[in-house]
Design a protein. Structure first.
Length: 231
């Protein structure tokens, strides 16, 4: 595997996760250990940093969760202005605190319910492990809104499970259900996109599209999509 398809090394994962330690030594360390484990096992963030390399447009992270993308971009030397939005107010509060503790610059987080409102933005857009949690009509609306935000030279970067009928797809669905039942995810998975339909939509909007696996050594059916507005 090349660097873009490997997770972060243990030292970098541990360094980033320290920003998520509780204020008290007796506090709950679940988020710290979750973050450390996620960064050290999932190639998502190096893959997205690689996808955004060489761009300068501001980045909007739709469904940003704890804001891990902001930390990993800065660790990779990607200094794009970053704004993360998520419907989960608790995660946004944690994201703000962790970014402040880490001293991240040009980073902002807001609680936004994308089923009711869309933030104004012109630049690149990230949609990471989000599409499968949206109903079909909401998926289409999200993609349409993201495409409309792109400026020439900007990129739409997506990581999503795909519906291809294979064993990886079935395992991905099971794991996403567990995430919802545990209370970690805000909703249950609704629909996984099909590769051909996703490519057709993006290319039909005049974007150049690159689609490749982004799962590393995990059992999930995760793929990275890079769609760029032509200059």
């Amino acid at each position: 595997m090349n660097a873009a398809t490997r997770p972060l090394d243990a030292a970098t994962a541990r360094a980033i996760a320290r920003a998520f330690l509780p204020a008290s030594r007796l506090g709950n360390r679940y988020t710290y250990y979750y973050t450390r484990g996620k960064l050290g096992s999932d190639p998502l963030y190096p893959g997205i940093a690689d996808a955004l390399g060489g761009t300068s447009a501001p980045l909007l992270d739709l469904g940003c969760g704890l804001g891990l993308l902001a930390h990993t971009l800065r660790a990779a030397g990607v200094d794009l202005p970053y704004r993360g939005v998520d419907v989960d107010a608790g995660k946004i509060a944690t994201a703000r605190d962790a970014a402040a503790r880490a001293g991240l610059r040009d980073v902002a987080f807001d609680t936004v319910d994308l089923s009711r409102d869309w933030p104004r933005h012109a630049g690149s857009v990230a949609i990471l492990d989000v599409l499968q949690y949206l109903a079909p009509e909401a998926q289409e609306a999200t993609l349409d809104a993201a495409i409309a935000m792109l400026v020439p030279g900007a990129r739409l970067v997506i990581r999503t499970g795909l519906d291809d009928g294979g064993s990886r797809a079935r395992f991905t669905h099971f794991a996403d259900l567990v995430g919802r039942l545990s209370g970690w995810m805000y909703s249950a998975p609704r629909r996984y996109p099909r590769a051909d339909a996703l490519r057709a939509k993006l290319e039909g909007a005049g974007l150049d599209v690159e689609l490749a696996p982004l799962r590393g050594n995990t059992p999930f059916n995760n793929w990275r999509v890079i769609a760029e507005r032509r200059r």
